[in-house]
Design a protein around this ligand. Structure first.
Ligand code: GDP
Ligand code: MG
Length: 159
């Protein structure tokens, strides 16, 4: 078993964000709890009200979409909770917890399947690939993230 002082094992990381509607609707604890219960480890979290420029860069891949102006207005309308979560397969696994982009296509039991209705108010963001996750983590946490060993490590992972 790992001791409390053991160096953290390097595992995959993802960027998860609770959108302004999730914050306004009091869903922060509910969403965090689902990631904690799964066994993922939190490495960073902050409440921020991002600038338009910051959000436009985050969603730069979507800048030609018809819904882009509305998306940026929505995403800068209030604070968001920016987080980094760590764990084996956490990029894909995080998106399983989130559900499909459209809540109408999200299975019950997922965050979007259980907690929202409209694609333009879908309460959470999750990185879609390991490469975009690392880019998003650098964009939102230029100060870096916490390195720590969870006491649950050997109860979540065989190795
Ligand atoms: P995600 O990775 O599942 O969040 O989905 P995308 O990266 O494709 O889109 C980013 C975000 O843009 C989504 O989470 C939605 O909030 C929004 N979005 C995507 N498609 C649509 C759409 O057809 N209409 C509107 N209004 N918003 C959309
Ligand atoms: Mg996306």
């Amino acid at each position: 078993m790992a001791s409390a002082s053991a160096a953290p094992v390097a595992r995959e990381r993802t960027y998860i964000m609770i959108k302004p509607d999730g914050v306004q609707r009091g869903l922060v604890g509910e969403i965090i709890a689902r990631f904690e219960r799964k066994g993922y480890k939190m490495a960073a979290m902050k409440l921020v009200k991002p600038s338009t420029e910051h959000m436009e860069e985050h969603y730069a891949d979507l800048k030609d979409k018809k819904f882009f102006p509305g998306l940026i207005k929505y995403m800068t309308s209030g604070p968001v909770v920016a987080m980094v979560w760590v764990g084996d397969g956490v990029v894909a696994g995080g998106r399983v917890l989130l559900g499909a982009t459209k809540p109408s296509e999200s299975a019950p039991g997922t965050i979007r399947g259980d907690l929202c209705i409209d694609v333009g108010r879908n309460v959470c963001h999750g990185s879609d690939a390991v490469e975009s996750a690392e880019k998003e983590i650098a964009h939102w946490f230029p100060e870096g993230v916490a390195e720590w060993t969870s006491h649950s490590e050997s109860w979540v992972y065989e190795a």
